[in-house]
Design a protein around this ligand. Structure first.
Ligand SMILES: [Fe+2]
Length: 418
């Protein structure tokens, strides 16, 4: 999560060089985005947002933290509602957080020094392959003269990170090592939140296994973290399981954002963060660019800001939509009906703007953000020939190899390494 910090800027001057070694593979930059990890909304109606996403869509609260709101001046804190005095970390899978809710009033104060006050997006977050990729990526991005926010490690969630701004001022995060929630639903004990770091870490760092073992030996009760309780009565038989709602969200992304300068923003995500342009789209003279970091059709969509008014979306919104994948097609239809029965409004976005799906629809959340629901997104395999297979004789293999076109495509590893 982001905390208040002075934005850092440095003149352009870094060199891209001839390539970077990442785990023995030659890549254009010292990190590779593996997947869309989590997202944060700054909320005007946080009670209603929590009801929509937790009560409606079934996200699970993994932790609630009052650390950031407590930094506000006392007179401003007095104006906050109970839910505005907390950051709400939610998930649908084993990642500690996949969607975070923050009071707009809180963020407007926290972001006042770095230009992000007023933003509706709190963060757009991408998992890279290792802690070294976070740190080396931070230095490489800094060397290119891009605008960094801060680096370090945040609690709750335990993820190591670098925050940076895109060309439009949207805050992006590169991270490694998200805390994984297991069978008992327990998050880490609050005593471990002392592991917050607000500077670029020295490498190497101890593994999480070592941290947990140290905590145990120092007497921290490892089962004292947050544990959710089931919400509501189990009522729906869903593909063999009795569920509290007739569907399960199983994936997050793509994220679709508005940009004033589409060409410049596309250049940032392509050249700095390493995305590939998958498709260019347009509707009614409004243009967009869809980008991917792996074999997914797209995990990021950039749309010209004029589209916001054309779709009659609130002017405060920085994003058009956040995608959620349902477990299957029947559950997708059930989810839409379930949310409409709760009062949600469904919108039909022009199909030309959202290729890569067969069936996709959008709901409006209480702040006006769109929720993009689908069960399938096209996978796009490599177009180059199969690689030449070298089998056996590993001692004679080269130390550094060129990256196959779809290197790191497919299923991704989620949590810390050890
Ligand atoms: Fe984050």
């Amino acid at each position: 999560m982001t905390t208040a910090s002075r934005a850092e800027t440095q003149p352009v001057g870094g060199a891209e060089g001839d390539g970077c070694e990442v785990g023995g593979v030659r890549l254009p930059r010292p990190f590779k985005i593996r997947r869309f990890g989590h997202f944060g909304y700054n909320c005007e109606h946080i009670d209603e947002m929590l009801d929509f996403y937790v009560g409606g869509l079934g996200l699970i609260i993994s932790d609630q933290s009052g650390t950031m709101p407590a930094r506000l001046p006392a007179d401003q804190q007095a104006n906050l509602t109970p839910n505005e005095k907390l950051l709400h970390f939610t998930r649908f899978g084993s990642d500690h957080h996949q969607l975070v809710f923050i009071s707009q009033q809180v963020w407007d104060w926290v972001g006042r020094d770095n230009g992000s006050a007023g933003a509706s997006i709190n963060q757009i977050t991408w998992q890279v392959g290792s802690l070294a990729e976070v740190v080396n990526g931070s230095e490489w991005i800094w060397g290119r003269g891009e605008r960094l926010l801060r680096s370090g490690r945040d609690m709750p969630g335990s993820n190591w990170h670098t925050y940076l701004f895109d060309t439009e001022g949207h805050i992006n995060e590169l991270f490694y090592g998200m805390e994984q929630i297991g069978w008992d639903g327990l998050s880490k004990p609050r005593e471990l939140w002392t592991g917050v770091l607000n500077e670029r870490p020295e490498l190497p760092q101890p593994s999480e296994t070592r941290e947990v073992d140290l905590a145990r030996r120092t007497g921290i009760e490892l089962t004292s973290g947050h544990q959710p309780t089931p919400d509501g009565a189990a009522a729906y038989p869903v593909d063999g399981i009795v569920m509290t709602r007739p569907f399960k969200i199983v994936g997050i992304g793509p994220v679709s954002i508005f940009v004033d300068d589409l060409e410049r923003a596309t250049g940032f995500y392509r050249d700095v963060l390493g995305f590939n342009v998958r498709a260019q789209v347009s509707w009614d003279a409004h243009h967009g660019v869809l980008l991917s970091s792996g074999t997914e059709h797209h995990s990021l969509a950039l749309y010209e800001t004029g589209l916001r008014a054309a779709l009659d979306l609130p002017t405060r919104l920085d994003s058009m939509a956040l995608g959620f994948r349902l477990a299957n097609y029947r559950q997708l239809r059930a989810a839409v009906q379930f949310m409409k029965d709760r009062g949600a409004e469904e919108l039909s976005i022009p199909a030309e703007l959202v290729p890569g799906f067969d069936y996709v629809t959008h709901l409006r959340d209480p702040d006006g953000n769109l929720v993009q629901l689908y069960y399938y997104q096209r996978e796009c395999g490599p177009t180059d020939p199969d690689p030449q297979t070298i089998s056996g004789g590993a001692a004679q293999w080269p130390e550094l190899i060129d990256a196959p076109q779809d290197v790191y495509g497919g299923q991704q590893y989620f949590g810390p390494w050890e």
